[in-house]
Design a protein around this ligand. Structure first.
Ligand code: PMV
Length: 348
């Protein structure tokens, strides 16, 4: 029996890929496996209100409020998402949707809110499933939440659990799947358990090229097949590194992944570049700082100009000082968000 009216609440964090997902087949099937750190401070809190339609055939009404402001520009994305998931969640057709959502990170900061936003929405739906059938297991909820989040935005599948998630079939990980991400529960070296991520907001503008377009440019890309193979190898190597705690190998792999992602963009047709002069200045400053201090700080990038600095918690004081003294100048309004590895989405 479906409730007539119900309010569902969840929170879900953003995540940052170490091995990047870039290139997909239809319905968000990744061309390669990816691995990410789940974040903690950068998250979305979503409240979903469902009100039963008088007739199932009635057109679904959708309302979206972002930080208290009505945002009709999100309606097409939500409509598309509901269409994609109705096969797996037939109950969505019984309701009108009212979504209130808040991000802890500034809107248009260049930090993608699609991962945290879509995973938070998926968690709300799983809260409803749990109410409909209290017998569903926690494991089922997490898997299906990741599955649904993936249909909203590929990388959102990796926001459900902490501290690291792997998405995409990988020969070495039995339970891995292209359909949902799984938490890496293997013995993680203690150094990674509270790894830090300081995000430099180098360019807060809207992305010049959407990730949907970027992914599609991997179809027919001259280096695509080699890149997909490389990512599978990098996932194998990273799984080892995460156990051994070999930071030299970690930094080399993670920086190479970030630069390869951008190299793919620069060698697409049409080609494009999301790094800016300030991004390059930051990368060079990080290399110089690492050489002179031997502090193991490295960078990664997502599909934009912002830079994520990744480092062990024990070096927090020195790295924050370095950021304040030398890197803030390259950020818009000197803005930096300090975050760390987190535990994933929650039903409230
Ligand atoms: O989830 P999408 O379609 O926005 O793609 C995200 C792609 C990257 O952020 C560039 C890489 C990744 O694995 O998160």
């Amino acid at each position: 029996q479906l409730p007539q009216k119900i309010e569902l609440k969840s929170t879900s964090p953003s995540n940052i890929a170490l091995v990047k997902y870039w290139g997909k087949a239809d319905i968000q099937i990744p061309k390669n496996t990816s691995i990410s750190f789940t974040l903690s401070n950068c998250y979305t809190a979503t409240q979903l209100q469902l009100v039963a339609k008088t007739k199932v055939e009635e057109k679904t009404q959708i309302k979206v409020e972002l930080d208290g402001v009505s945002t009709p520009s999100f309606h097409p994305k939500i409509e598309k998402f509901l269409k994609l998931i109705e096969e797996y969640c037939p109950y969505v057709n019984h309701y009108h949707f009212s979504i209130q959502t808040q991000n802890t990170f500034p809107h248009s900061s260049g930090i993608a809110s699609s991962a945290s936003g879509m995973s938070a929405l998926a968690m709300c739906l799983m809260q409803l499933e749990k109410k409909i059938d209290p017998e569903v297991s926690h494991d089922f909820i997490l898997k299906k939440a990741s599955f649904l989040a993936r249909l909203g935005s590929g990388s959102a599948s990796r926001s459900i659990q902490g501290k690291l998630m792997l998405w995409g079939k990988h020969a070495q990980v039995n339970e891995s799947s292209d359909l949902y991400a799984i938490a890496l529960k293997q013995d993680l070296h203690p150094i990674f358990k509270d790894y830090q991520d300081s995000i430099l907001l180098v360019d807060k503008g809207q992305k010049k090229v959407s990730s949907t377009l970027g992914h599609s440019l991997m179809n027919g890309h001259p280096f695509a097949e080699k890149r997909f193979e490389q990512a599978q190898h990098n996932c194998s190597d990273l799984l080892e590194i995460l156990k051994s705690g070999n930071l030299e190998a970690f930094m080399t792999l993670v920086e190479s992944e970030a630069l390869t992602l951008h190299a793919m963009m620069m060698s697409s047709r049409p080609y494009f570049m999301l790094m800016t002069t300030n991004t390059l200045a930051v990368l060079n400053a990080i290399w110089e700082f690492r050489k002179t201090t031997r502090i193991p700080v490295c960078f990664t990038l997502d599909a934009g100009a912002n830079v994520h600095l990744l480092y062990p918690k024990q070096h927090q004081k020195n790295v924050v000082h370095f950021i304040d003294q030398s890197l803030k100048q390259y950020c818009e309004n000197q803005q930096v968000i300090h975050d760390e590895v987190g535990k994933g989405a929650e039903i409230i």
